[in-house]
Design a protein around this ligand. Sequence first.
Ligand code: CA
Ligand code: CA
Length: 141
Amino acid sequence: MLLRAFTAAKTKVKSKSVYGDDYVQKSEYRYLMKYLRMYCEYWVAFSMIDTDGDRRITFTEFVQATQSLENWGIDMSDPQKQWSECDADGFGKVLFDEFCNWAITRSLDLDDDDDVTDSDIEVNQIDRDEQNKQNLSNYQK
Ligand SMILES: [Ca+2]
Ligand SMILES: [Ca+2]
């Protein structure tokens, strides 16, 4: 999964150097984090649908997850149609790869996903630092 995100990120920004595409560059780092988050989300969604945990989604599991899928922004009014698009190779099982490709085109989004922005993290960090300073000064008294 990490490798997938890495591969997706490093080719995102066209490199000028011959060796550039072998490394994740600064500008690509943001994409890497984005893809990592995305794949983590998809993995969570995939695992939730795959109730028997064999890392394959069957049509039965797919239909059972109708409610969840709708919560994630998928139009499940025609499950058969969604299923045939999700199971791209038509073998009757959806693997994580297929699920990702399908989820990306539908911008699947987990409802319990807290979109933490960089500034949120910074603010929390500052709060914590402030807290630590206070604890320290109390301790010194
Ligand atoms: Ca399964
Ligand atoms: Ca398949």
